[in-house]
Ligand binder design. Structure first.
Ligand code: AMP
Length: 208
């Protein structure tokens, strides 16, 4: 299946996508990680993207389309898109390019999203995710998996998060409306335990 996971920051898209990847073997494509990789490797695209990502602003579509086309061409056995599309133009671009089976909306209030995202941490080395609210590393500041240093992403500050949430309500909601009109949308309450959310996603995908 080709699936889109859509939701505000902190809705658990990344975690749910990884679980679906493990269960079904679909390729997990996340534009945020693709940009971070380019930024780390100091590619031309990375340098341009960083001027937007650091401020919590969306990278202009022409750069996003380049990165996503590249990633889609490598996905052979179905994919889960996480972080793309984020506006109506990106959604229309995608639907013209490739078949999408379902769009899963992880629904979360802004209040909970801000709380969760401000507590989010990531390993600077292997990119493992942590959260000071419910998934702390065993040793403070050190990754359980690789021993790398745990950091806060530059765009996980409260101001940057609020900006991204605003974008979500203004821009991503137009993409969601399009998917709803096309009867592709599955809505799931994301203010629950991971396992419960995952169970509901799988059961709704199986029924669809
Ligand atoms: P994320 O990890 O999904 O929050 O993405 C981090 C940052 O990468 C975002 O704040 C944007 O600057 C950029 N980004 C990721 N995906 C997209 C997209 N689909 N369109 C535009 N910018 C994006």
């Amino acid at each position: 299946m080709n699936i889109i996971l859509i939701g505000s920051q902190g809705s658990g898209k990344g975690t749910q996508a990884k679980l679906l990847q493990e269960k079904f073997g679909w390729t997990h494509i996340t534009t945020g990680d693709l940009f971070r990789e380019n930024i780390k490797n100091r590619t031309e695209l990375g340098k341009i993207a960083q001027t937007f990502t650091d401020k919590g602003e969306l990278v202009p579509d022409k750069y996003v389309f380049k990165i996503i086309e590249d990633a889609l061409s490598k996905a052979e056995k179905g994919f889960i898109l996480d972080g793309f599309p984020r506006n109506l133009e990106q959604a229309e671009f995608l639907l013209k390019k490739i078949r999408i089976d379902k769009v899963i909306l992880l629904d979360l209030s802004d209040e909970v999203a801000i709380k969760r995202v401000s507590a989010r941490r990531i390993c600077s080395n292997c990119k493992a995710d942590y959260n000071l609210l419910y998934h702390q590393p065993e040793l403070e500041g050190i990754c359980d998996i690789c021993g790398g240093k745990i950091i806060q992403r530059k765009d996980d500050t409260e101001l940057a998060i609020k900006k991204r949430l605003e974008k979500f309500h203004h821009e991503t909601s137009r993409a969601i409306k399009l998917f709803a009109e096309k009867n592709m949308l599955i809505k799931v309450n994301a203010d629950r335990k991971l396992e419960e959310i995952q169970k509901e996603i799988i059961s709704k995908l199986e029924k669809s």
